[in-house]
Design a protein around this ligand. Sequence first.
Ligand SMILES: Cc1cc2nc3c(=O)[nH]c(=O)nc-3n(C[C@H](O)[C@H](O)[C@H](O)COP(=O)(O)OP(=O)(O)OC[C@H]3O[C@@H](n4cnc5c(N)ncnc54)[C@H](O)[C@@H]3O)c2cc1C
Ligand code: SF4
Length: 471
Amino acid sequence: MTDHFRRDGVIAGRLSSETLAENFSDLHPALTPHEAVVAADRCYFCYDAPCITACPTAIDIPLFIRQIQAGQPEAAAGTIFEQNVMGGMCARVCPVETLCQEACVREAAEGKPVEIGRLQRFATDAMMARGEHPFERAPSTGKRVAVVGAGPAGLSAAHRLALRGHDVTVHDANPKPGGLNEYGIAAYKTPEGFAQAEVDWLLRIGGIEILHERALGRDITLSGLRTEYDAVFLGMGLTGVGALGLEGEDLAGTENAVDFIATLRQQDDLTALPIGRHVVVIGGGMTAVDAAVQAKLLGAEDVTIAYRRGRDRMPASRWEQDLAASKGVKLMFDVAPVALHGEGRLREVELAYLSDMEPTGETVRLRADQLFRAIGQRLEAVEGLDLSGGKIAVTGAGRTSLDGVWAGGDCASGGEDLTVTAVAEGRDAAEDIHAALTGGAVARTGALVGEPLRGIDGPPHGEVPHPGTHG
Ligand SMILES: Cc1cc2nc3c(=O)[nH]c(=O)nc-3n(C[C@H](O)[C@H](O)[C@H](O)COP(=O)(O)OP(=O)(O)OC[C@H]3O[C@@H](n4cnc5c(N)ncnc54)[C@H](O)[C@@H]3O)c2cc1C
Ligand code: SF4
């Protein structure tokens, strides 16, 4: 611990570049081929496997695990990608502890699920490392579709539309594609430029053009897109962040957690990124945990997450809470900020204790050079569209209140705000758009090379037989 580490204020260079490199290394290192086979051997290959039902993209998990076990990681990757073209990113960022791995029968029986996430990463990495793109585009339909947003929802929709033979133009407000995969997900979940590598790989389907720094509402309009294109898919995520509504919120040192994380993700040299010595994060979701953990990894001496409800109601999973605690982040429950103190610069955060969300009358002051707000994002209004709960109201596979306009991912109503949900909604909306543009039934066009797309064309005909009941 150096003197620099102990200096007050929001300053850069609290830790050496070597320590930072170690702190921000891969959270779940890749499995070796031997480890992968050992992990695959633990699968019971359940009939009616609950892990499939728990996966928002319904990947045939026992099949891809059997393919890994049989020494066919590329075939396993095909099984994954046909359901989830961002299976590589989802393998890194999915909260598997509340999805497939929570549902795994070995979790219920022994408290130790099959490592589905790491096995998925093993398979998808194997195919991507070979530079292969396993899909073949259908012949051109002559239809043009606009996608707004190059995040997981928009890219997933764009890929499926391109696969079906449509020409897709993606309009994105940011200079780089990927959405929160590039600007939001914690750096230690997706190191070494994986987000951009995945976008490059995905675009190899062909037929997708991405136009950057083109924001809906600023540079383009929805009515303009509806006139110019045959269909529009909106996947622009959530852009605004709520304020605390407290005096002192404009003090230096107070900022939005998503902005801090976006800056961190774009920073090549982490020694140049300023961080406080005493940091408080307000919120209880993934963003709060990610901001707190990364503040600690950057060298903040003490970091506290202040959440207004009890532990059980915290949106961040127990696994994420434990991750934060393991990195030295303190978790405070049933507290809410009531005042920010300082002169020009933040010095203290005053928290009120709550009981069932009601103030008990007791307060506490925490030293703080820096405060991150992680209290939920919202959608800015979109011209002509009905909203529901602050999001674009959708029915079925992402149909909005406007003809020819679909929406999915975080900006659309329903579903959890997760990468995998965004991918699923983008894919399903794309199929619905395709059906609408081609006159009803989903035409069987475009496929995995060598195999028809499952769920659309029936079961695959790979060499590995589908597993039966477990033994
Ligand atoms: C800090 C943080 C950490 C997270 N960690 C995880 C995690 O570990 N695991 C997980 O599963 N989920 C995580 N999530 C949630 C996950 O990132 C989102 O659910 C997912 O990215 C939603 O995808 P999307 O495509 O709907 O939106 P986004 O990823 O937000 O992408 C939206 C895209 O639209 C663009 N855009 C926005 N407005 C406009 C406009 N007006 N015009 C044109 N383009 C526009 C943006 O530039 C962006 O590229 C995290 C979220 C945050 C904020
Ligand atoms: S043991 Fe069953 S539930 Fe667990 S990963 Fe294998 S098929 Fe899925």
